[in-house]
Design a protein around this ligand. Structure first.
Ligand SMILES: O=C(O)C(=O)C[C@]1(C(=O)O)C=C[C@@H](O)C=C1
Length: 377
């Protein structure tokens, strides 16, 4: 039996229930912040071994066809409080994404898992938890964009949760400026969108002289503009969102560079078996002792073995952000976690040797996943 077609059954105490339908009422208050609402749980920063034993399980679950035809009453995103609700037993893969229908993340989920049932979630944390609690089979979440840079929140959540990266998908993001029918560009004062989308359209929005307002996702912005019939505000979102929410496109391709690619991670409860039959990438996170040249030494474990690095990101060690120095001045250093992607499979001897070497002086090391490179763009 192909490992990728095994059927996994959810724990018996969880029962399937559809995400509730109904209009999403977006509170204006949320439009003044970046929309991260859930409480953070503490880090589990302990020195750990390398990744769990790899084995592949592809969950196959049932469809949940409760999609209404009215775009303003589409299924509501799962919230953190609804996470105890459901698990499935049918045949379609359920894939969580952050946002509402028409978000780029939904398109990325469809690209990653064609014919899947894409399940909207209110926050990134909700999507992580939905997988962990067997409400869905996978999550597809943005991690970096070629213009806007890293999505730091998801780096932090990768560590806080125990999901595995099982793939990546690159999606070409093409933004449109949209408004209600009859509203002209000259009549717009404000523009609503996800902060990443606003950042990716910085030059155009400045040229148009629009005040930016950050919301949870691009399609949510379009939905809000449509639902409240706003006359002074537009949204930056996909052409799909304009169609779903009945908005008029005022300008197309407004991103600052035509090559605007967002890289999404595919996350699952179980890792996949790393292969060597095609290009693989491995993502790790580690922390180091303080000292001169220690990061140089850490990165040298890859350079020594001709392993190419494709990404490095540092994030504060949030449960212990400051470290006392050994000097007499009582000064303190900031403490960091380093996220590194490298071009090798965990099935490669050289990658195993590199990580064994890194473990000799890393204070913490975790393999987040070893997965096929998306070469599609
Ligand atoms: O708001 C959306 O539509 C999303 O899918 C989120 C998101 C992101 O978080 O970066 C995804 C792709 C684009 O880069 C802009 C926004």
């Amino acid at each position: 039996m192909a490992a990728s077609r095994m059927v996994a059954h959810p724990p018996p105490n969880l029962h399937r229930q559809s995400p509730p339908s109904g209009a999403l009422t977006l509170r204006p208050k949320r439009y003044r912040n970046l929309g991260i609402r859930s409480c953070l749980r503490g880090h589990e920063e302990k020195k750990s071994d390398l990744a769990a034993k790899p084995h592949s399980v592809e969950l196959r679950t049932s469809p949940d066809d409760v999609v209404s035809r009215d775009p303003l009453v589409l299924p509501r995103p799962l919230t953190s409080t609804q996470l105890s609700a459901s698990v499935s037993d049918g045949s379609r893969l359920r894939v969580a994404y952050q946002g509402v229908r028409g978000a780029y993340s939904e398109s990325a989920a469809q690209k990653a898992y064609p014919n899947c049932e894409a399940v909207p979630c209110e926050q990134f944390d909700t999507a992580f938890e939905a997988v962990e609690r067997w409400l869905v089979d996978r999550a597809v979440l943005p991690i970096e964009n070629s213009l806007g840079g890293s999505i730091h929140r998801n780096y932090d959540l990768l560590l806080r949760h125990s999901l595995h990266i099982v793939g990546e998908v690159k999606y070409a993001v093409r933004h449109c400026l949209m408004a209600n029918h009859g509203v002209k560009l000259e009549g717009l004062k404000r523009v609503l969108s996800h902060p990443q989308a606003l950042a990716q359209c910085e030059n155009t929005l400045t040229k148009f002289g629009l005040v930016r307002e950050a919301v949870d996702d691009t399609a949510g912005a379009a939905k809000h503009v449509a639902f409240h019939k706003l006359q002074d505000a537009g949204a930056v979102a996909s052409s799909a969102a304009a169609k779903i929410y009945g908005l008029n496109i005022l300008a197309e391709d407004i991103q600052d560079d035509s090559d605007n690619i967002t890289r999404f991670l595919m996350l699952a409860r179980e890792p996949i078996i790393p292969g060597t039959d095609r290009p693989f990438k491995t993502s790790i996170v580690f922390s180091l002792e303080e000292g001169p040249g220690i990061l140089f030494k850490a990165l040298a474990v890859f350079a020594l073995r001709q392993i190419n690095l494709t990404k490095i990101e540092s994030r504060p060690l949030r449960n212990q952000p400051l470290r006392a120095s050994d000097d007499s001045n009582n000064s303190k250093y900031f403490d960091y976690l380093f996220y590194v992607d490298f071009e090798a499979s965990m099935a490669d001897q050289s990658a195993q040797n590199a990580l064994r070497h890194l473990k000799e002086f890393a204070t913490f090391l975790r393999v987040l996943g070893s997965y096929p490179v998306d070469t599609s763009t």
